[in-house]
Design a protein around this ligand. Structure first.
Ligand code: NAI
Length: 325
């Protein structure tokens, strides 16, 4: 059995936290040979609820759960963390503008970025789930100057998984038959789910579906899926978001399958003509705990316009939080 790793999760008394922690402790994220110590971080008023979550985690008697640290202090929560999943965020309240949301969350992610910088393991892998995820990840990254920017990522895996599932249903195929899906850009309604290079049972996806379905059904369905879940469930995606967070971390740590790739929000390095200095979703392969952007994919004019539109939105978000960077 390996030495336990420390996994810090914020927002543990919330919806996603409740769907996420039990699966991590069961070994879904890092496999059946990797014990974990869970660091649960919440705001002070939620500490009592957090105690309940800790009690339930212990009551599961998970063989892989070596210990639990529950706290409202980021310095304690991120101490020696090998992985950090930042779920806790301020939801948009009534009458709150996007700018107010960015501001309220900026305050959270500067503090957490600094705490990661000062207390986490030097190799910590950070995934930001709390919205606006890409810009929150940018703020955390900029608040952690001693860590490599490549250690900070934003969650696009839910969008990626939604796109795979839609295409599998449309083509009468199965999820494992779909490879090389890409979602570009921001985790917002400007994201661009792109099947140009996707394979279905080894066949190019664009040969199996028509352009009208792509434009009027697939792309908007994936872009608007979060809102559709809220409309149907009366609450935002929680179990699927937790599942995607597990997928993201597992792939980053353990690697992508041969011939496949995933979508991750990462610091842009200028690849595909996307401006540097934003957290943008790219197709990536992972190996030995590192990711690499899939390079040299041909980009059509249709794709170019959509990739640029979602980049523009990220530049605007960055502009709104410039004073925090
Ligand atoms: P929730 O409101 O049920 O839970 C959030 C929890 O975070 C609360 O318990 C709150 O006390 C805690 N929290 C707030 N500030 C904190 C801080 N500074 N430190 C530690 N904990 C803090 O919300 P839910 O449904 O769990 O969603 C969490 C976030 O994930 C939201 O921002 C949501 O928009 C986002 N989300 C992102 C997705 C993605 O694909 N990137 C998908 C679905 C949700």
């Amino acid at each position: 059995m390996n030495k336990p790793v420390r996994i810090a999760v914020t927002g543990c008394a919330g919806n996603i936290g409740y769907a996420l922690l039990f699966r991590i402790a069961a070994g879904d994220m890092l496999g059946p040979d990797q014990p974990v110590i869970l660091h649960l971080l919440e705001v002070t008023p939620a500490l009592k609820a957090l105690e309940g979550v800790s009690m339930e985690l212990r009551d599961c008697a998970f063989p892989l759960l070596a210990d639990i640290v529950a706290t409202d202090d980021p310095a304690v929560g991120f101490k020696d963390a090998d992985y950090a999943i930042l779920v806790g965020a301020r939801p948009r309240g009534p009458g709150m503008e996007r700018k107010d949301l960015l501001e309220a969350n900026g305050a959270i992610f500067t503090v957490q970025g600094k705490a990661l910088n000062d207390h986490a393991s030097r190799g910590v892998k950070v995934l930001v789930v709390g919205n606006p995820a890409n810009t929150n990840a940018l703020i955390a990254m900029r608040s952690a100057p001693d860590l490599d920017p490549r250690q900070f990522t934003a969650m696009m895996r839910l969008d990626h998984n939604r796109a795979i599932s839609q295409l599998a249903a449309k083509t009468g195929s199965t999820v494992p038959a779909i490879r090389r899906m890409t979602v570009w850009g921001n985790h917002s309604s400007t994201q661009y789910p792109d099947i140009s290079h996707t394979l279905v049972d080894g066949r190019p996806a664009p040969e199996l579906v028509d352009q009208a379905w792509l434009e009027t059904d697939f792309i908007p369905t994936v872009q608007q899926r979060g809102a559709a879940i809220i409309a149907a469930r009366g609450a935002s995606s929680a179990a699927s978001a937790a599942s995607a967070a597990i997928d993201h971390m597992r792939t980053w740590a353990l690697g992508t399958a041969d011939g496949d790739w995933v979508s991750m929000g990462i610091p842009s390095d200028g690849s595909y003509g996307i401006p540097e200095g934003i957290i943008y979703s790219y197709p990536v392969t992972c190996r030995d705990g590192r990711y690499e952007i899939v390079q040299n994919l041909p980009v059509s004019a249709f794709s170019r316009a959509r990739m640029d539109a979602t980049a523009r939105e990220l530049l605007e978000e960055r502009e709104a939080v410039q004073h925090l960077l």
